[in-house]
Design a binder for this molecule. Structure first.
Ligand code: B16
Ligand code: MG
Length: 221
């Protein structure tokens, strides 16, 4: 029986990928190279320092540890400036109705994000009261596909992985959920997320029973 749903943040609750892209691109441009939105796809769900390493690799730039920290900070300051201007109308379509339905059905709601800025984003979206637990990039150290972030969320909610559904937009995030023994629902394209138990394009018009049916926990009518 499903007792909880654990949500990734960026790409599931809100599209912050566009702000990451603008900030990383600004950094790349300041270092004399550019990268595309297609490259940016590869950064979804990837931690800040790992994202920086990939970008520097794409630009053929080498940097020592202190410089890398300084570059990551510079990008983050721009990123925080962008996300601080976000409003609740940027919550992705259908998310609020879906969360309300979960509450009505007494399903616990958790957040499992790689982002160290998750609380700032949640606050700007007016979602401070929406999650019973928030596990963000400050509370875990192992990057997805390691399941640590979702296992910590399950522990905080007092449930086992088999009792929870993880919603993820990144292939590595789906891997993390599966590695932890959770049900995984991909939010996006089946081309990228086909290894999840079920894939949805988004939450618009979606009900919890659609999810239960999709993952095989509700008999087809
Ligand atoms: P920050 P998620 C991830 O969030 C993003 O998808 C990824 O692009 C970003 O690099 C990572 O958070 C770290 O973010 O720099 O804010 O700590 O999808 O796991 O919610
Ligand atoms: Mg994500």
């Amino acid at each position: 029986m499903i007792k909880a749903c654990i949500f990734d943040l960026d790409g599931v609750i809100v599209d912050t990928a566009k702000y990451h892209f603008i900030a990383w691109r600004r950094l790349a441009n300041s270092l004399g190279f550019d990268f595309t939105e297609a490259d940016n796809e590869k950064l979804k769900g990837v931690s800040r320092m790992e994202s920086l390493d990939l970008i520097l690799q794409w630009g053929g730039v080498e940097a020592d540890a202190d410089t890398r920290l300084e570059l990551a900070d510079r990008k983050n300051n721009w990123y925080v400036e962008y996300i601080s201007a976000m409003h609740p109308d940027e919550i992705l379509p259908g998310v609020l109705d879906f969360l309300a339905e979960l509450r009505e059905r007494n399903i616990q709601i958790g957040l499992g994000s790689a982002s160290k800025n998750a609380r700032t984003i949640i606050h700007c979206l007016d979602l401070d009261q929406a999650f019973e637990c928030i596990i963000d990039g400050n509370k875990h150290t192992k990057s997805k596909p390691d399941p640590e972030v979702f296992l910590l969320a399950a522990e905080a909610l007092g449930i086992s992985p088999a009792q929870a559904i993880v919603f993820e937009d990144a292939a590595k995030g789906v891997d993390a959920a599966l590695n932890g023994g959770f049900y995984a629902v991909g939010v996006g394209s089946p081309d990228v997320l086909g290894h999840a138990h079920f894939v949805i394009p988004g939450f618009d018009g979606l009900h919890f029973n659609d999810i239960l049916q999709g993952i095989g926990l509700l008999a087809h009518e």
